[in-house]
Design a protein around this ligand. Structure first.
Ligand code: PGA
Length: 248
C-alpha cells in the first residue's frame, strides 16, 4: 500500500512572522493526520523550517535548485546546501520554472539527478498546457517530460522520487482537473513506469497538483493512482492545508 504525501508549495510567499503563524497552526492540527506531510518554502526560510519542524511529523524542502554541484553560478543554490538545512524534498521542473525561467526537460532531468546525488528526494513535476490538452497531446507531453528523466537517471531512480502531475491550466486558476481527468493521466504515468519496472511503478507516489483544496481533495485522493497532492494556494491557509492532509 502506497503512502500518501501532501506537500505544500508556498511559491514566493511568506515572511518570518507569517511562516511562524502558519507553521504553528499546522503543527497544532497534525495529531489526526495519517498522510506524510511536507512544506516547500523559499530558500531564505529553510533555516526557519529546520528550527521549527525538526523532530515534528512535517518534513520540508525547497522549490528549486541548481543542476550544478558548486562553482561560479551567481545566485544559484546547490543540492548540498539544501541538505545543510535539513531538506528532504526539492521540487524540480515546476511548470512555473519551465515556463518563466525556460527550464527544458533536459535541465529538469539534470536537476533531478543532482538532487538524488545529494540524497534529496526530487518531486518531479510534469503536466500539459491547455493548448496541449486541447490538441490531444497530453500523454505525449507528459511522456517526453518523463523520458528525459528516465534517459538520464534510469527507472530505478524513481524508487527515490515523487512525481507530481500538475496540469498547467489547473495551477492557481481555481480550475481543478476532474478526478477522472487526473486519474487518467496518473494511470498513464504509472503504466509507462510499469512497462519498465513493475515494483517501482507500484511504489511510486504520484501527486496531483492544480487548485487542490479542502473541498475537492477527498475525491481526488480517492482515485486509485492519486497518492497525494502538491498544494499551492491552499497550503498558505492552515485549515485548508490540514483538511487536505486529513483527506489523505
Ligand atoms: P495551486 O498550485 O494549488 O495554487 O494550483 C499548485 C502548484 O503550483 O504546485
Amino acid at each position: 500500500m502506497r503512502r500518501t504525501l501532501v506537500a505544500g508549495n508556498w511559491k514566493m510567499h511568506g515572511s518570518l512572522s507569517e511562516n511562524e503563524s502558519l507553521l504553528s497552526a499546522i503543527l497544532a492540527g497534525m495529531a489526526d493526520v495519517k498522510a506524510d506531510v511536507a512544506v516547500c518554502a523559499p530558500f531564505p526560510y529553510l533555516a526557519q523550517l529546520q528550527v521549527r519542524l525538526a523532530g515534528s511529523a512535517i518534513a520540508w524542502g525547497a522549490q528549486n535548485m541548481s543542476q550544478h554541484a558548486k562553482g561560479a553560478y551567481t545566485g544559484e543554490v546547490s543540492a548540498s546546501m539544501l541538505k545543510d538545512f535539513g531538506c528532504k524534498y526539492v521540487i524540480v521542473g515546476h511548470s512555473e520554472r519551465r515556463a518563466i525561467y525556460g527550464e527544458s526537460n533536459e535541465i529538469v532531468a539534470e536537476k533531478y539527478a543532482a538532487a538524488q546525488a545529494a540524497d534529496l528526494v526530487p518531486i518531479l513535476c510534469v503536466g500539459e498546457t491547455l493548448a496541449e490538452r486541447e490538441a490531444g497531446i497530453t500523454e505525449a507531453v507528459v511522456g517526453h517530460q518523463l523520458d528525459a528523466v528516465l534517459n538520464r537517471a534510469g527507472v530505478a531512480s524513481l524508487a527515490k522520487a515523487v512525481v507530481a502531475y500538475e496540469p498547467v491550466w489547473a495551477i492557481g486558476t481555481g480550475k481543478t482537473a476532474s478526478p477522472e481527468q487526473a486519474q487518467a493521466v496518473h494511470a498513464f504515468i504509472r503504466g509507462k513506469i510499469r512497462a519498465l519496472n513493475g515494483a517501482v511503478a507500484e511504489g511510486l507516489i504520484i501527486q496531483y497538483g492544480g487548485s487542490m483544496k479542502a473541498a475537492n481533495a477527498r475525491e481526488l485522493l480517492g482515485q486509485p493512482d492519486i497518492d497525494g497532492g502538491l498544494i499551492g494556494g491552499a497550503a498558505l491557509v492552515a485549515d485548508e492545508f490540514l483538511a487536505i492532509c486529513r483527506a489523505g
